[in-house]
Design a protein around this ligand. Structure first.
Ligand code: NAD
Ligand code: KPL
Length: 303
């Protein structure tokens, strides 16, 4: 069965190149005729890993191509994912599978509700990749991918294809707990790096602020039925800060480069969930307000 990849940016190219390199049938869906022409001129996707670059001549097509889609890997940003799937919705086969690799929460649930005929598999990834150039991606950090179906069901047989492609994977019976935990880490760390204009490690100078946010995030996770995601949150936030001390967070980099952030699916989702549960979480709301103001001053979307 073939893989269609929607969103051939950093993560999408990383997955597409490894799958194609292992002999899987992969097709990339590009959003416009101009992007398709640029891609054809480039001759394919280039992946640089461990200082070695290799070109993968993966076939590409437009959203309105006629081939049916049985397995769709969606690697757009959270704010683009639903709209991108809508462009190929008429091609989704009955019983197709949609893998959603977006960070945060909210986009995955909206997609699963809109296309109930598909099996939506949520993915939480700690691998790292960045775009060096158009259709040229650098594999920047080894990590793990957790895949799971929030409606239950067994692990798909094609997980072996990921193993053969060298894509690390673990099937998770509680993928929402994984996604909530990552969301909480991102809410505690990323906005503060933007507002204090600093690397992750420098947040240790703001221990009181971190611990106040972690207290509220734990309250939110517990009230959301995610006690496992709440367990020792502050300890893990400090461990992640320590392990990534020299790095700039992904949100920091987005803001620095004038790119839209995924705030609505991180802090925005946390604040909306708190409101719907009737929880008063003043520090999270204040952080959200302050971050939106900061983005707005830079001409960036605030949701
Ligand atoms: P990216 O911006 O590099 O790639 C997204 C791609 O989607 C872009 O090439 C864009 O042109 C394309 N796209 C948008 N709308 C489209 C449409 N309608 N049709 C076709 N293509 C469309 O983003 P990324 O860094 O790969 O991140 C993707 C998701 O993965 C995000 O939610 C991010 O938080 C998450 N993530 C990324 C990394 C990483 O290291 N890059 C790690 C973990 C999680
Ligand atoms: O995931 C991250 C990011 O930068 O988005 C880390 C480094 C873990 C900080 O939240």
């Amino acid at each position: 069965m073939s893989w269609h990849v929607l969103g051939a940016g950093a993560l999408g190219s990383l997955w597409a190149a490894r799958l194609a390199g292992a002999g899987a049938t992969v097709r990339i869906i590009l959003r416009s005729a101009q992007r398709l022409a640029d891609y054809q001129r480039a001759g394919g996707l280039t992946l640089t890993a461990d200082d070695l670059s290799r070109l993968y001549a993966i076939p590409a097509e437009l959203p309105d191509a006629s081939t049916p889609i049985q397995r769709l890997l969606v690697t757009c940003k959270a704010y683009d994912a639903e709209g991108a799937i809508a462009q190929v919705a008429s091609r989704l086969s009955s019983g197709c599978e949609i893998l959603l690799l977006q960070n945060g929460l909210g986009s995955q649930q909206a997609i699963a509700e809109r296309w109930p005929q598909a099996r939506c598999i949520f993915v939480s990834s700690t691998e790292g990749a960045y775009r060096e150039d158009d259709f040229h991606v650098v594999f920047a950090g080894r990590g793990q991918n957790w895949l799971g179906d929030s409606n239950g069901g067994s692990a798909p047989a094609w997980l072996d294809e990921l193993n053969r492609a060298g894509i690390p994977q673990t099937w998770s019976s509680d993928i929402l707990a994984r996604l909530w935990r990552k969301l909480a880490l991102n809410c505690a760390i990323n906005p503060l790096t933007v507002l204090h204009d600093c690397r992750n490690g420098e947040l240790l100078q703001h221990r009181e602020q971190l611990s106040g946010l972690c207290e509220e995030l734990v309250e939110l996770l517990e009230a959301s039925g995610q006690p496992a995601a709440a367990s020792d949150l502050q300890g893990e936030v400090l461990r992640v800060i320590d392990a990534t001390a020299a790095n700039y967070s992904s949100m920091y980099q987005d803001v620095r480069l004038g790119r839209r952030t995924e705030i609505a699916y991180l802090l925005g989702h946390a604040c909306r969930s708190a409101d719907s549960l009737g929880l008063a979480l003043p520090r999270l709301h204040e952080l959200h307000r302050h971050l939106r103001e900061h983005l707005s001053q830079r001409g960036l979307p605030t949701d």
